[in-house]
Write a protein that binds this ligand. Sequence first.
Ligand code: ZN
Length: 240
Amino acid sequence: MISTDTRTAILDRADIVTVVSEAGVKLKPAGRGFVACCPFHNEKTASFHVSPERGRWHCFGACGEGGNVIDFVMRHRTIGFADACKYLCERFGIAYDEEPETDAERENRLRREAIYGINERAAQFYRSLLHGDSPSAKAALSVAHQRWGKEHTEESGLGFAPGNGQELVQWARSHGENLTLMLEAGLIGRNENTGQLYDFYRDRLMIPIREGLGQHVVGFTARDLTGESKAKYVNSKESD
Ligand code: ZN
């Protein structure tokens, strides 16, 4: 964990106007602060406010988000708290100090890393299914190519979850994956009556959601292929 002193030093010294401007946001002076079009949602009128006095930003438009300079970096670069602090320390020449990790923090971190690992391997498995020989895989691949193009389909690591509801469960069993963690990550579900495990995603194109610099698969967006589902897109449930 980052030390309290380092956090305080960042909030004191990392100038929010500099940080927001360097993120490519075109700030215009207004009153005691600055305004711009919000970088976090699409808009034509400037509802994104930055107050250098308070060291805070806020969007009064559709997204309603706001916070301090660390929150801005986390949101803008889609990285975690620690990485945002490291970035700001480097940028403003602040010494980065850590306090030792507590047992609970360590447990949480290991669990999170384990879920990233399973998501990554599941994403690779889904990807291999998208390039499979079955008629349903071929149909899914052609939908993906039509919608996103060949290049983007490959780059984003798009995959295919078939309709039988047992493909991922079987893969997990044969590879010794941790089924409890997979339940937690929302990749599989358990039938309450029979206790049977099933694939949560069925008949869907699987789009991995990556965090930060693209290193972790934190979840999936899954697009319906049947045209019958009420939800065209489904996102992973919130997990660690
Ligand atoms: Zn906004």
